[in-house]
Design a protein around this ligand. Structure first.
Ligand code: PGA
Length: 273
C-alpha cells in the first residue's frame, strides 16, 4: 500500500502574493484594493501585495483594518547612508511594510543584484523583523545545460550564508524559473515539484530540517486563474507569487479563491493529500 503523503500545509498557511512590478500609481493601487475587496474579503488565505515604492504609503493606508499585507519590491540592507535612490528597512517599517521581496530575477538581471547582495538584504530584513520573500530560479540556458539543481543550490546557500537560525523560519522562498516568467505557461508540475523539493533540501542543509519544514516556498512564473489549481495542488508549493495576473483585481481574487479551496480541502483531509 502506498504510504499517504503527509504534508505540513496546515502548518504552512498558503500565501498568495501580487508582484505589481513597475505598474500602478497610488490612485491605481487604491482603486485595485477597493475592487479586490468588493469581490474578496482577502480572508481564509494570506494575501500580500508588493506595490511600487511610490504607492507604498497609499497602499499601507488603504489596507489598514483589512487582512491584506504589504511589502516592498526591494530595499537596501543598511538603515541609512549616502545611497542615492535607495530605501532602507527602517523606512519600509515606518510605512507599515511587513514583507520585502529580495533578489527578483529582474533585479538580478537588470540591476546587478548578486547572490552576495541578496544575502545582505536577507540578513538585514530578518534582523529588522521584515519577512523576506527571496526569489531563486534558473534561466532557460541553465535548465537546458542541466544546471538547475546547481543554480538553486548556489542561490539558496548564498542567500542563507551566516543567517541566524532564530527567526529564520519566517523567511519565504519563491521558485521563479526565468523561462516561465511572463511567458504565458508556467513550469510543468513535475519541474516545479522537483525544484521545490530541492530548495527545501538546500534550506535544510544550511538551517536544519526543522526550519526547512516550516519555511514556505512559493511558485512564481505565469500563474493565472486557469493554472493556479494545478500548481497549488503540489505538496511542496505553499503559495504563488503572481505578476501579470495580479494586476487585475478579478483575476487575482480568482487565484486567491483557488488557494482557499485548496486549503479547505487539505484541512478536510486532516492535512493530507
Ligand atoms: P508573471 O511574473 O506572473 O507575470 O510571470 C511573476 C514574477 O515575475 O514574479
Amino acid at each position: 500500500m502506498e504510504r499517504p503523503r503527509l504534508t505540513v500545509t496546515s502548518m504552512r498557511p498558503l500565501l498568495i502574493a501580487a508582484n505589481w512590478k513597475m505598474h500602478k500609481t497610488p490612485a491605481d493601487a487604491v482603486a485595485f484594493i477597493e475592487d479586490f475587496r468588493a469581490v474578496d474579503a482577502g480572508d481564509g488565505v494570506e494575501t500580500l501585495l508588493f506595490p511600487a515604492m511610490t504607492s507604498l504609503p497609499a497602499v499601507t493606508a488603504a489596507v489598514r483594518g483589512t487582512q491584506l499585507e504589504v511589502g516592498a519590491q526591494n530595499m537596501h540592507w543598511l538603515d541609512e547612508g549616502a545611497y542615492t535612490g535607495e530605501t532602507s528597512p527602517t523606512m519600509l517599517l515606518a510605512l507599515g511594510c511587513t514583507h520585502v521581496l529580495i533578489g527578483h530575477s529582474e533585479r538580478r538581471r537588470y540591476f546587478n543584484e548578486t547572490d552576495e547582495s541578496v544575502n545582505w538584504k536577507l540578513r538585514s530584513a530578518l534582523a529588522h523583523g521584515l519577512i523576506p520573500v527571496v526569489c531563486v530560479g534558473e534561466t532557460k540556458g541553465e535548465r537546458a545545460a542541466g544546471a538547475t539543481a546547481a543554480v538553486l543550490e548556489r542561490q539558496v546557500s548564498a542567500a542563507l550564508r551566516g543567517v541566524d537560525r532564530t527567526g529564520a523560519e519566517t523567511a519565504i522562498f519563491a521558485y521563479e524559473p526565468l523561462w516561465a516568467i511572463g511567458d504565458g505557461s508556467p513550469a510543468p508540475p513535475s519541474v516545479t515539484e522537483d525544484a521545490h523539493t530541492r530548495i527545501r533540501a538546500n534550506v535544510a542543509s544550511v538551517l536544519g530540517a526543522e526550519i526547512a519544514h516550516r519555511i514556505r516556498i512559493l511558485y512564481g512564473g505565469s500563474v493565472d486563474p486557469q493554472n493556479a489549481a494545478s500548481l497549488l495542488a503540489l505538496a511542496d508549493v505553499d503559495g504563488a507569487l503572481v505578476g501579470g495576473a495580479s494586476l487585475d483585481p478579478q483575476s487575482f481574487a480568482a487565484i486567491g479563491r483557488t488557494a482557499r479551496d485548496r486549503a479547505n480541502d487539505c484541512r478536510a483531509r486532516g492535512g493530507q493529500f
